[in-house]
Write a protein that binds this ligand. Structure first.
Ligand SMILES: [Zn+2]
Length: 453
């Protein structure tokens, strides 16, 4: 084989290998189940948030109409920043630039959403997720479909959403915590040109880099994760892995939050801040920061050499196992956070980690943090976490490729199941996961503090 053919063959092998991990994005539910429950705890020790006076609820139309010229300038700067700083950034078509000329409110909002390149079908309701331990207090509860376009009843079953009225006052921490879960409610659905949506056809993002473009949920993946710390050979073989844009989203929402704060629109400031926080928190989750935690590059290549030779079992097994562990971690964390909030007086290693201000670094949050601090920490922790899940959870969930998490059996509650099977093992698993929650807490506080300067 000449050199070029060898290179081509190598690339084919490696590309197939990488698809093992990339296909995960097709099934991944979210990074942390219910970001809001983490955010409330992480920010409960941040006076910059807790001592703020309540904020007045405002419609999106009112925010956009207040200073269209200011917004147009901000979004122009934002696009210039992304083009200069986000590697492989798919430029926003100039035709979508936000125009400040007067228009009816609905038209202005539509222009704004197009300039942001979000799913125009996202609900964007005025709502709160009910804070743990609180009752609706006379506010009407909302149906899941009022808040999210996700087609599952899970969010509604597990959370209660209440409607807010324009003009009422709400605590800033409740706005930012609720909003920190919102980007998983369909904001980034169907953005790619091959998703078969009207907006995807004009947004200029190109074809979906990885995951399954026919699965609505999968389409948000490349904005909610980032494989920034793989071996160089991996990127050479599979350059599409570099087309992931959480940095674009984080910077955009952070800039809008700062603008809203500067111009006296505090409700939208905290809501945009919550959106930015979401993507930053996504990157603290090792299965969102590494293609295949627990599997070495040589092993991936071997599995795929077999695959190319017609032996598909090992590859399918590897995909299923990593997908199952990703889901198992989320499932465990969900039960844990809910119990932690239900028993606020009980000592809990997760609460301590989320609130541990000793982890807060003196260095100020900067634009390169998502890549060089947050996802780096998660990537470095990935192999050990993967091993801890295998050691701590029942083998049926993490080590049996015939088991399909969320399909083989419904209603799994790993946190409760482990309490019954082995409280000691559950405690050691919590201790293994706690440092990641520590990163969620310190990263979240650094991000919010950076808005206060
Ligand atoms: Zn997400």
């Amino acid at each position: 084989m000449d050199l070029m053919n060898r290179a081509r063959a190598w690339r084919a092998v490696a590309r197939a290998a990488i698809l093992v991990g990339a296909s995960l994005a097709a099934g991944a539910a979210s990074a942390w189940s219910n970001h809001a429950l983490c955010t409330w705890t992480a920010l409960s020790v941040l006076p910059e948030v807790t001592v703020r006076p309540p904020v007045r609820v405002e419609s999106l139309a009112s925010f956009v109409a207040a200073d269209p010229a200011g917004l147009a300038a901000l979004l122009r700067d934002e696009e210039a920043w992304a083009r200069a700083h986000v590697p492989t950034y798919p430029a926003r078509p100039d035709s979508l630039a936000f125009r400040a000329e007067a228009a009816p409110p609905a038209e202005l909002v539509a222009r704004f959403l197009a300039a942001l390149r979000v799913n125009p079908g996202a609900r964007l309701a005025l709502y709160l997720q009910l804070p743990p331990g609180q009752t609706a207090g006379g506010r009407p509860t909302l149906r899941e479909a009022d808040v999210t376009v996700m087609k599952t009843d899970e969010a509604a079953r597990l959370n209660t959403f209440v409607a807010l009225r324009k003009g009422e006052l709400v605590p800033a921490i409740d706005v930012i915590a609720s909003a920190s879960d919102e980007p998983d409610y369909g904001l980034d659905f169907g953005l790619w040109q091959d998703n078969g949506t009207a907006h995807g056809a004009v947004y200029g993002f190109g074809k979906q880099p990885f995951g399954n473009p026919a699965v609505e949920w999968s389409s948000q993946g490349p904005l909610h994760l980032g494989y920034f710390h793989e071996a160089q050979i991996v990127y050479k073989a599979a350059p599409f892995l570099l087309r992931a844009y959480p940095e674009y989203r984080i910077h955009l929402w952070r800039s809008l939050a700062a603008f809203a704060l500067r111009t006296g629109h505090d409700y939208w400031a905290w809501r945009f801040a919550g959106w930015g926080l979401h993507y930053l928190q996504d990157l603290t989750q090792p299965y969102h920061a590494r293609v295949l935690p627990g599997v070495s590059v040589p092993r991936m290549l071997w599995i795929n050499t077999l695959d190319l030779a017609g032996v598909h079992g090992p590859r399918q097994d590897a995909v299923q196992l990593v997908t199952n562990r990703h889901f198992a971690l989320e499932n465990f964390e969900r039960g844990w956070m809910r119990e932690m909030h239900a028993a606020p007086a009980l000592a809990d290693v997760g609460r301590e980690a989320l609130r541990d201000t000793r982890l807060d670094v003196a260095a100020a949050y900067a634009d390169d943090w998502p890549r060089h601090v947050v996802s780096k920490q998660a990537s470095a922790a990935a192999d050990a976490l993967d091993a801890a899940l295998v050691a701590g959870m029942p083998a049926g969930y993490t080590s049996d490729p015939k088991y399909v998490f969320g399909v083989s059996r419904s209603g799994v509650d790993l946190y409760a199941e482990l309490a019954a099977a082995s409280p000691e093992r559950r405690e050691s698993l919590k201790r293994a996961i706690a440092p990641l929650l520590g990163n969620v807490g310190s990263g979240s506080r650094a991000f919010v503090r950076s808005l206060m300067r």
